[in-house]
Design a protein around this ligand. Sequence first.
Ligand code: SIN
Length: 501
Amino acid sequence: MSVGMKSVTDRLRDSGLLRTQGLIGGKWIDAYDGKTLEVHNPATGEVIANVSCMGGKETKDAISSAFDAFNSWSKLTAAERSKGLRKWYDLLMAHKEELGQLITLEQGKPLKEAVGEVDYGAKFIEFYAEEAKRVYGEIIPATLPDRRLFVLKQPVGVAGAITPWNFPLAMITRKVGPALACGCTVVVKPSEFTPLTALAAAELALQAGIPPGVVNVVMGNAPDIGDALLTSPQVRKITFTGSTAVGKKLMAGAAGTVKKVSLELGGNAPCIVFDDADLNVAVNGALAAKFRNSGQTCVCANRVLVQEGIYEKFADAFSKAVKNLKVGDGFGEGVVQGPLINKAALEKVETFVEDAVSKGAKVLLGGRRHSLGMTFYEPTVLSNVKSEMLVSREEVFGPVAPLLCFKTEEEAIHMANDTNAGLAAYIFTNNLQRTWRVSEALEYGLVGVNEGLISTEVAPFGGVKQSGLGREGSKYGMDEFLEKEGACSTAFELYFEDGLE
Ligand code: SIN
């Protein structure tokens, strides 16, 4: 282990945040067969820790714990649940630096961005601590004079939360925050690549006084854990962020026990730059939308569509800006582009670039593995990209910006919508009418206008078409963990029938 990494892990161990066992019913537990899996630092390949490699049996026990805890957690007052969440938020913020370091260690994103993720992730807990108190029902005008009809919102039950490696904290808090606020309990399955942040966050939940069994964490054998969550009748909700392929399997699997499902799946975000855009705003916005987390987010711009009148100028200014992005180990000074998560991700990026070049795309910048080795890839700009190339059809999930040229607004809208995905889109224009027209014509769940960073805890996040179901964040994120129970009661005697009117 390098000196740098050892000092970071020592500090995390000292603060009790370097957890390596699963959390079931408030107890830290090894895999029942003693198996472990290695967690690597993608920047160096070093092993950070060995964590319990769990499967179906441990997941079943985690579900039982969550099921038992649901009885009491769901019966607390909203104010009591809110207090626990608020305390958890305070602890996440108090450990912002260490959590940021942990994210950089296991995920690779630059430290500043990792600390930014802690801020972003913690805000979901703060927001839902507040939202817990606003689960309002409704009174419906009754159809008979002596009856009253009302809608009572009830927590759905135990939720299984399956989360990805690209945001090791924020994708957990965005799910667990609203779940707990509504009175649900959870079994979290973090990615095998980045379980350490999840475990540290769970440790802080315990320290915040969130009762044992309310938050459980199991990681290891993904198919076995997934099966246990899907087949259990005690699990009433599956919430997932990850690939569209896995999302479809989960949706099919959840049908067996008719669970509520929310899915935040892959995107193929168009970033449309019109002739009338402010060049600087467009370059900076596209840069942020494309190169956040080295291109490894579902909302990253996947295709940059540029109108012919501004194409050359934009390509030039954008390439210059991309050239300045410093690549390296996320702990390095001034680094803004870390490694890709693993070899498979690197090979995918390579294949996509090779496919584009073989079909006529021109490499303006980058286009190959970085000299740093490992899974580093050079920030890349491709021009002369066409809609039929792999980089246009599928999510590249890496630091590659393909530029496509268009002539008219109609053509841009057609190109943008010509995909099964519908998560995020971006437009750059100074024309107000166009802003409304194009935003509304885009078949996407999120549209950024003259803005490349659009994620926030206060706005709904989610996709249309094959990018998913449901919304996370904002007040709408609560609906995913609530059932609407309709109730009818005989309200009172009808006095006027007795002449007492
Ligand atoms: C994701 O990549 O799935 C999440 C991105 C975000 O929250 O901004």
